[in-house]
Design a protein around this ligand. Structure first.
Ligand code: AMP
Ligand code: TRP
Length: 344
């Protein structure tokens, strides 16, 4: 293994975090802290690819940071910071803008979804967004990236960029002392567990998302007990009882989703949940699920609001994290500049 194992991931400070963010990404982030050097970023540069009110953005950065900490990320152990404080991200993104091809970006489904019908009006940043994401990861030469399923395509692009950079600059990379010609690693997606794609509670064919207009479609990490219970109660289901085996979930997206949520929250597999609840009606399963959500998410919401009472302390955590992040990225960026042919 040539590259030291290092974890990088990030979330956008837009809207409040929801159960999809928590189960699809954060639970894995927390787990990886035990075994790896981890860098977790609040990606504010990504956020402004669509309009953000400045004061709301500032608050959202703090709130996402508070959510990370409340959910169990340890800012002493892991590096926690907001992207714009470390200039390596924007610098490397520019270089990657010149490595990636227009055609590669044109295939990104998230751009197509987010840009909507009138693509001419989308920001240039929204189009180049995956290059910035590749820069986030590769500025630290990170090897593992825990994310939800929706980020798979962006990670494949990051791998393509790493490979093309290594290829385009092979001679300079070797001259800089990397004899095998590999400067950037191929970052590996870590997309595991029973809830890599949490679906809307109102429509099992749509992803749970911050941007979905109906708040009933998602459980936010700051929802109170009554609201969580209400949302689970109103969640769309079908009239059948739960099956006894996972095969029986196919073609039943809403049932599959709720069982996946239960499994992820208890750290088990869907099969284990069905071993307990197979043959029972949703009228029995939903209250159990609501109770579980309240038990797991209630303390997080409380801790977020406690942390938000002291914004200066959150800002201090971010500055400290940014200093530590910069210390890793700076020497890598120095080498990148030498390889590309810049003078410094
Ligand atoms: P975002 O909120 O788009 O910045 O996403 C932050 C992280 O949460 C990424 O790793 C996403 O893949 C993950 N994520 C967002 N929505 C979901 C979802 N509905 N199910 C699973 N993971 C998700
Ligand atoms: N694009 C990711 C999302 O919307 C957020 C992100 C930005 C990210 N940079 C990253 C995730 C680097 C992992 C690694 O969810």
């Amino acid at each position: 293994m040539k590259f030291q194992e290092r974890v990088f991931s990030g979330m956008q400070p837009t809207g409040t975090l929801h159960l999809g963010n928590y189960l699809g990404a954060m639970l894995k982030w927390i787990d990886l802290q035990k075994t790896h050097e981890c860098i977790y970023c609040v990606v504010d540069l990504h956020a402004i690819t669509v309009w953000q009110d400045p004061e709301e953005l500032r608050q959202a950065i703090r709130q996402v940071t508070a959510s990370y900490i409340a959910a169990g990320l340890d800012p002493q152990k892991s590096i926690l910071f907001n992207q714009s404080q470390v200039s390596a991200h924007a610098e490397l993104a520019w270089i990657f803008n010149c490595v990636a091809r227009l055609g590669w970006l044109g295939r990104m489904t998230q751009f197509k979804d987010k840009a909507g019908k009138d693509r001419e009006k989308a920001s240039v940043g929204l189009y180049a967004y995956p290059n910035l994401m590749a820069a986030d990861i590769l500025a630290y030469r990170a090897t593992h990236v825990p994310v939800g399923d929706d980020q798979k395509q962006h990670l494949e692009l990051a791998r393509d960029i790493a490979q093309k950079f290594n290829g385009d600059f092979a001679a300079a990379i070797k001259a800089a002392g990397h004899e095998d010609g590999e400067f950037f690693p191929q970052p590996e997606p870590v997309i595991t567990g029973p809830a890599t794609r949490v679906m809307s509670l109102r429509d099992g064919s749509r992803k749970m998302s911050k941007s979905e207009p109906s708040d009933l479609s998602r459980i936010n990490l700051i929802d109170d007990v009554d609201l969580i219970a209400k949302k689970i109660k109103k969640a769309k289901t079908d009239p059948e009882a739960l099956p006894s085996e996972t095969d029986g979930l196919s073609g039943r997206p809403e049932a599959d989703n709720l069982v996946g949520i239960y499994a992820a929250l208890t750290g088990t597999a869907k099969a284990d949940v069905l071993a307990d609840f197979g043959g029972r009606q949703f009228s029995a399963f939903k209250p159990a699920l609501a109770e579980l959500c309240v038990e797991k998410l209630g303390p997080i919401a409380q801790e977020v609001s406690r942390l938000m009472n002291d914004p200066a302390e959150i800002d201090r955590v971010l500055v400290d994290g940014a200093n530590r992040a910069r210390a890793i990225a700076s020497p890598i960026m120095d080498e990148v500049k030498d390889i590309v042919g810049f003078i410094r």
